[in-house]
Design a protein around this ligand. Structure first.
Ligand SMILES: *Cc1c(COP(=O)(O)O)cnc(C)c1O
Length: 472
């Protein structure tokens, strides 16, 4: 509705009412103008009407929605079902072109604009969270593991003779598979156990580099992980990468939500080499699974990844992210980050209390700012299966915890032998344990309910033990 439209409308409806309507419309236009010029998170989140209005404007810029458009090609964003059209806000062209996922599409000015704006807002959100030195963000419609694979494939031309990738040990299959899927051999550097914590073995990484730096494409470090593993010693890894001229890729799956972790990342990036950092969209921004955000100081590394992506891609991740970030705005994003930081010690305290009540204890994992763990040693010593204990929690509708039994038996994972078991991120971890995480979006009520149900599980486990003792 432009000025002329409102003038005409005023002859139909009471002028003063129409004036007010026009003012309201101008407010919305101002928000959109600000977004297009600042390219940053709005200070306060937008209301739903404005977001829908904006999405409709964007959709109307794509050729499939042009009035009188005739499609004479094989990719015309034809959508059969109205349910699907509504789910996609009539956006059907996706993003990118066959040669580059971040290229502008001639048929889809709207979708192209949406993709660019999404990357600007995500970059801003990541800066607000504390990664201030990154220069650009690339959103890819694949989750973290696959995004890592894409990066390794993109980096291949930079070091064509490299055959190996160094991975500071993280016992998560997708991390190993992301390397193997790109055709590289993972060199897994075992961690060291210092008191309760599982810590990067810098000396060992350095030894490998001295032997084989020329065969190593990159080092992969991990900044968000289950306790008792600590985030990697990123500063020293970055320094080693600088010294040996090796690329450094960081798996920062859900690390962006931790201020402490971002401080370490910034320090690493100023003292050494941090080339590409990958984060999951669902774990950090409260959207459905499916995407990852890559950030870097050097834009050319991101362009390599954008250019290796074969073909067009779904715009769904971009749409979800843009809508979410517009609705959140900077103030709610900051608030969510703050709430998480404040809830972390609360969960730690309550979790620790339950542990103590049953002869267990909180593992001292000072460096992990998101995940924590309690021992299950006492329970295990009594002959109760700790894996079964984990499933008891699950049947009480507690999801997301993880039980790792002290296990020194040989296993093969992804074709690789782990002579002393897989799961604890190191050889011979001395405890069985249960993890929990205080991640973005968790509420005080969740902490209370979780601890109550954990308490019930312990009670039931010990009741069962007593019952079996009486039987024999
Ligand atoms: C979640 C996660 C992955 C796997 O991520 P996807 O998004 O499922 O591909 C890999 N590494 C870490 C540390 C994770 O937290």
């Amino acid at each position: 509705m432009n000025e002329q439209h409102f003038q005409l409308a005023k002859t139909l409806v009471n002028e003063s009412y129409m004036k007010q309507a026009e003012q309201s419309r101008r407010c919305r236009e101002k928000l959109i103008r600000k977004l297009l010029s600042n390219r940053r998170l709005p200070k306060d989140g937008w209301d739903e009407v404005t977001i829908r209005l904006f999405l409709q404007e964007i959709a109307s810029m794509d050729s499939n929605n042009f009035i009188g458009n005739v499609g004479a090609g094989e990719r015309e964003a034809r959508i059969f079902s109205n349910i699907v059209r509504e789910r996609n806000y009539s956006l059907g062209h996706g993003i990118g072109r066959s040669g580059d996922i971040s290229a502008i599409q001639p048929k889809a000015a709207g979708s192209s604009l949406l993709a660019k704006l999404t990357e600007c807002l995500v970059l801003d959100a990541i800066k607000v969270a504390g990664l201030q030195s990154v220069k650009r963000a690339l959103v890819v419609p694949v989750a973290t593991g696959m995004a890592m694979t894409l990066i390794f494939l993109a980096l291949r031309t930079m070091k064509p003779h490299a055959t190996k990738i160094i991975l500071s040990r993280i016992d998560q299959k997708s991390c190993i598979k992301s390397i193997q899927a790109a055709g590289y051999e993972p060199i897994i550097i075992d961690n060291q156990v210092i008191e309760d914590e599982v810590i990067t073995n810098i000396k060992s990484i350095s030894n490998w580099l001295e032997l084989e730096a020329d065969k190593v494409l990159c080092i992969v470090s991990t900044m968000s992980c289950f306790a008792p593993r600590a985030p990697d010693d990123i500063v020293n890894i970055a320094t080693l990468c600088q010294t040996f001229d090796v690329i450094h890729v960081v798996n920062n799956a859900y690390g962006i939500q931790s201020r402490q972790s971002n401080v370490w990342m910034e320090s690493a990036s100023s003292k050494g080499r941090v080339d590409i950092v990958v984060q999951s969209t669902d774990k950090n921004f409260m959207v459905p699974v499916g995407g990852a955000v890559l950030v870097a100081k050097r834009v050319d590394y991101l362009l390599k990844v954008a250019q290796i992506y074969p073909g067009r891609a779904s715009a769904q991740i971009h749409i979800d992210l843009l809508v979410t970030l517009l609705q959140m705005g900077e103030s709610t994003w900051r608030e969510l980050l703050k709430q998480r930081e404040e809830l972390f010690p609360v969960l730690k305290n309550e979790f620790g209390k339950i542990a103590h009540k049953y002869g267990e204890r909180l593992l001292e994992t000072h460096h992990n700012p998101i995940s924590m763990a309690i021992t299950l040693d006492h329970l295990e010593a009594k002959g109760f299966s700790v894996e079964f204990f984990g499933s008891m929690l699950f049947t009480r509708f507690v999801s997301g915890t993880r039980v790792v039994a002290r296990n020194n038996s040989k296993t093969k994972v992804c074709g690789i032998d782990f002579p002393n078991g897989f799961g604890a991120h190191c050889t011979n971890y001395p405890h069985s344990y249960l993890t929990a995480a205080c991640a973005l979006g968790m509420k005080k009520d969740d902490v209370v309910a979780f601890c109550n149900r954990l308490d019930e599980c312990f009670q039931e486990a010990y009741k069962n033990l007593a019952f079996h003792r009486d039987e024999t």
